[in-house]
Design a protein around this ligand. Structure first.
Ligand code: FAD
Length: 458
């Protein structure tokens, strides 16, 4: 069989790149094809490790001209496995990680392959930050194009709300600068519409003066009363407080007594970004949520709060996720958190609830592709296991949990927390924005080259 990999075209592609091409059989192929979620085990025909926008253009053209599947990879965290494919081209942006901060305009230009660790490190040097993910190895590319939730969302909006411009390589290989004034439709679409419209070679983000924070987790026994008080905390606290609810098993951390390791707990992880002497009484309020089993709420640089879960979640674990949005947090949902939380399958598994009020809701549902501006909470149900067999065995658990939340959930689900078998939720997810997204998709990617994602079909 003649394959493109031994064809002169691949040779030509290789010669045109500053980055490199890794082919099956090459030393390093297994590493180059690997993604964060070990459930996803695919064998691309070639992996291009792009060094710059020119490499991105060449790779997009190569995939299109040879009618090959094209997977775009930023930080590789897509649990659905969108950062890789079988028998196609993987465009790995992991070498494109430059960040340039402009303290005058309070913006940062970040290349499409950055992780949040790269980004936060660069902006923190200037006492600035923007909303990003709560694990530092997650890519800015996937997280931002899908929406982007994190500790700063209540104060600063979603990651995509802070994007003021992107450079984008579209399916025909064009390089387009997209701002509110130029290619504005595309800017609108990549702010929540996922990787459907092209490859973002760089994002320009608005930054906020955030340097030191008061933050960290507090753990309680898994109890509906604690969760209901968390709900109240979110309803009446200052937007400068970011606070995630985490339901799972007690992690083996020194500030949690050993007898709670591996036992059902709930935790509230906070990030107070207001002045040090005006902390909204957060420590006392956390103590009032229920009996505190252990806590580590301290002053720390902003980037550090986004590394606290890193050690628990290294690459190579086996994930299968589900996602839900809710208006308010009805008592029935609280009951489901408690019931299913008690049988969380491993210490790495967690149910994480992100509040989406404050600045997230001050953006209109039609202002960006991310339509959910009347939602209060986004939940990631994230069973994470150390073997494929255990992960397979727990799929029913998470499906049942998801089913129990359904009566209390809004339509759609956050694309970045959905797994590969949730494609049917995409239309609902984009709600009234879906038609405009399909029109833009038809204009810029009529052949659906960018289809390895939660796909908006042209
Ligand atoms: P990749 O697998 O590299 O990319 C996924 C898809 O995103 C690609 O296939 C492509 O379609 C698109 N994409 C990536 N880069 C680009 C680019 N430069 N241009 C165009 N398209 C691109 N989400 C949150 O909102 N908040 C969180 O706090 C959060 N925490 C997480 C923690 C962990 C441990 C994990 C596994 C996921 C988390 N997520 C979170 C979900 C996360 O947003 C998605 O997994 C997202 O897809 C990750 O982006 P990535 O670039 O790392 O992924």
């Amino acid at each position: 069989m003649t394959t493109f990999t031994d064809a002169p075209d691949v040779q030509r592609l290789r010669e045109s790149l500053r980055g490199d091409v890794v082919l099956p059989g090459d030393l390093g192929y297994d590493e180059a094809r690997r993604v964060y979620n070990a459930m996803v085990d695919r064998r691309p025909a070639l992996v291009v490790r792009a060094a710059d926008a020119g490499d991105v253009i060449a790779t997009v053209n190569h995939a299109r001209e040879h009618a090959l599947p094209l997977a775009v990879r930023g930080g590789s965290h897509s649990v659905a496995g969108h950062g890789t494919c079988d028998d196609g081209v993987v465009l790995d942006l992991g070498r494109m990680r430059g960040v340039r901060v402009d303290p005058e305009s309070r913006t940062a230009r970040a290349e499409g392959g950055c992780t949040w660790a790269d980004f936060n490190h660069a902006t923190h040097a200037f006492g600035l930050a923007t909303t990003g993910g709560v694990v530092s190895s997650t890519g800015i590319g996937g997280l931002t194009t899908g929406g982007g939730m994190g500790y700063l969302a209540r104060r600063c909006g979603l990651a995509c709300d802070n994007v003021v411009a992107v450079d984008l390589v579209t399916a025909d290989g064009s390089f387009l600068t997209c701002t509110e004034k130029q290619n504005a439709d595309l800017l609108w679409a990549v702010r929540g519409g996922g990787g459907n419209f092209g490859v973002v070679t760089s994002f320009a983000y608005r930054l906020h003066p955030i340097a030191g924070i008061l933050g960290g987790p507090t753990f309680y026994p898994l109890d509906g009363e604690v969760i209901r008080r968390y709900r109240e905390l979110i309803a009446d606290s200052d937007e400068r407080l970011g606070a995630l609810l985490v339901v799972g098993l007690g992690p083996p951390v020194p500030f949690l007594p050993e007898r709670w390791h591996g036992r059902p707990v709930c935790g509230v992880a906070v990030c107070w970004t207001g002045p040090e002497d005006e902390d909204d009484g957060i420590r006392a309020r956390l103590a009032g949520l229920g009996p505190v089993l252990g806590r580590m709420v301290e002053r720390m640089p902003y980037p550090v709060i986004n590394t606290l879960f890193d050690e628990l979640l290294p690459p190579g674990l086996f994930h299968y996720w589900k996602a839900a949005f809710s208006r308010g947090m009805p008592d029935g949902a609280v009951d489901a958190y408690v019931e299913y939380g008690a049988s969380t399958p491993s210490i790495q598994s967690a149910t994480v609830v992100f509040p989406l009020d404050g600045a997230v809701r001050r953006v209109g549902p039609r202002d960006t592709a991310f339509a959910h501006r009347d939602i209060d909470f986004a939940t990631a149900l994230a069973p994470t296991l150390t073997t494929r067999e255990d992960c397979e065995a727990n799929k029913d658990w998470v499906r049942a949990f998801h089913g129990a939340l359904k009566p209390y959930s809004a339509e759609g689900a956050y694309v970045n927390f959905m797994d590969h078998d949730d494609q049917h939720l995409v239309r609902d997810n984009y709600r009234a924005n879906y038609d405009r997204l399909t029109r833009i998709k038809r204009q810029y990617d009529p052949g659906n080259l960018f289809r390895l994602n939660h796909n908006i079909a042209p």
